[in-house]
Design a binder for this molecule. Structure first.
Ligand SMILES: [Zn+2]
Length: 490
């Protein structure tokens, strides 16, 4: 019954939190021993709790950007029952076992949903990689371009080759932020012999088109080619491209997969719902890397996802990567509509750079909004998309990517009783009456957007942890029940 829409009953053990039986019909209370807790969710859809395999929780060190408490509450309010935290933007980054231990300490007792951790690959931390696998990281991530924070530098092809060799037989996944500056990004004629390529932005810095042109498709295709050229060093090691944006990279990945390379890709809610043509001047809430591209690019990402044979895009994640409103440098016109309260005093230098897509922090906040975002797009533009497909991309496949395929991502016997109760008919507006933005900083391009489909309840291991419209922001008198997923992968 998992993966197929129809009448169903799911029985979860109160003791273990695991699913003990499933039925292809709606059983009634009298089918169970007297006093058995029973809830009828008809006519809503029961989905496996979402596994968001790409979030940045930034704690410790940049907790004013996001933290375990607020980030996992936001996740819970969107039916997300597991998040996997990226290795950068917290201080220290998760590039050493000591860094992981600091993360674990910071997360303790603060998580409303289950939380896993990735490790980072940076120049010089080779000897930490296998100890990190043994300490329970779900996978690794490295950058082929500046990450935005100094403590997480980009890797060279030599570093990648060494990491592949080091991890070639480890039970893990190695993921890349696949953007890379090609040796020459545009023709400079004979000048190329004695000068650098022109790297300065061409056009006003507050226009989205200027920013988009500065991160061309070739950055993604070039980076992916680099990774593929080294894949032979570890033929058994699963590789993964995070936040794929450019559709031009898809044929490269398809060809590699056909040749036996174990590589997958994910895309994000924002690449499937936002389009460059509609981004207003200065609206830096849309800045992320790789960039949000055209509507036609978006349509083709959807088409790839919906392929019935072998799509190279297996998963859809948030890449929730928040910062403080000050660092987003929102200009006053957008700030007035976006933020409930004006930000704290910004210094003069920051005032001058407001609306500058190049100076603003890159990252879109959306953890917990994914399901309504996909469902709204599905209803409006992509009628062939079904809840079953979304469950594959956001639950089953993400769980598999991070080695949780035996306990998360499916509503089947033996799996954790993680359930998202989804009302596919309900309409609501993000941010109105405080709904849908439980993350720490209320800055997201989805603010004010009308959504179709709302999560009504979220259950983790058989316990209801959040209820739409409920007291205490939906959390009632609950305490955080989330666990840290540190069992090493096998
Ligand atoms: Zn990210």
């Amino acid at each position: 019954m998992s993966g197929r829409l129809g009448p169903a009953t799911i029985v979860i053990s109160v003791n273990t939190g695991k699913i003990v039986s499933t039925h292809d019909s709606v059983l009634v209370p009298s089918d169970f021993p007297y006093g058995t807790p029973y809830a009828d969710h008809s006519p809503h859809i029961l989905l496996p709790g979402l596994v968001d395999a790409h979030v940045h929780l930034n704690e410790p060190g940049r907790t004013e950007w996001e933290g375990f408490w607020t980030g996992t509450k936001a996740a819970a309010s969107g039916g997300v029952t597991t998040v996997v935290d990226m290795p950068l933007n917290a201080i220290p980054p998760t590039t050493t076992v000591i860094g992981l231990q600091e993360k674990i300490r910071a997360a303790q007792g603060q998580c409303w949903v289950d939380v896993g951790f990735y490790g980072g690959i940076i120049p010089g931390n080779l000897s930490e990689l296998r100890p990190l696998v043994n300490a329970g990281v779900r996978g690794f991530k490295g950058f082929l371009i500046d990450s935005g924070v100094p403590e997480f530098p980009a890797v060279s092809s030599t570093d990648i080759a060494a990491a592949f060799t080091e991890l070639s037989t480890s039970p893990t996944v190695v993921m890349f932020h696949a953007e890379m500056i090609p040796p020459i990004s545009e023709s400079v004629g004979d000048d190329v012999q004695w000068s650098l390529p022109p790297l300065a932005p061409i056009g006003p810095l507050n226009e989205y088109a200027t920013f988009l042109a500065s991160r061309p498709v070739s950055f993604e295709t070039y980076a992916i080619s680099q990774i593929l050229s080294l894949a032979h060093l570890a033929p058994e090691l699963p590789l993964h491209i995070v936040h794929l944006s450019a559709i031009e990279a898809i044929p490269l990945l398809r060809e590699a997969r056909a040749a036996g390379v174990s590589i997958t890709a994910e895309t994000c809610f924002h690449y499937l719902s936002l389009a460059s043509e509609s981004i207003r001047d200065g609206d830096t809430r849309h800045k992320c890397c790789p960039p949000i591209r055209t509507k036609s690019n978006q349509d083709r990402l959807w088409a790839e996802l919906a392929r019935e044979d072998d799509s190279v895009i297996k998963t859809v994640v948030s890449d929730h990567s928040p910062c403080t409103p000050e660092l987003k440098l929102l200009p006053p016109a957008i700030e007035a509509t976006a933020l409930p309260t004006p930000p704290a005093e910004a210094d003069m230098e920051m005032e001058k750079r407001k609306g500058d897509f190049f100076s603003a922090w890159g990252g879109v906040s959306s953890v917990g909004l994914g399901l309504p975002i996909l469902w709204t797009s599905a209803l409006e533009n992509h009628r062939s998309i079904t809840p079953e497909m979304i469950a594959k991309w956001c639950c089953e496949h993400t769980a598999k990517q991070v080695g949780l395929e035996t306990c998360k991502g499916k509503l089947e016997v033996g799996f954790d009783g993680d359930v998202c109760v989804f009302d596919d008919k309900c309409e609501w507006v993000v941010g109105r009456t405080g709904e849908g933005m439980l993350f720490r900083n209320k800055v997201t391009p989805y603010q004010g957007k009308k959504m179709k489909g709302a999560v009504q309840e979220t259950w983790v291991r058989g316990q209801q942890i959040w209820k739409r419209g409920g007291s205490g922001g939906g959390f009632g008198g609950m305490k955080p029940v989330g666990r840290l997923l540190l069992e090493p992968r096998r």
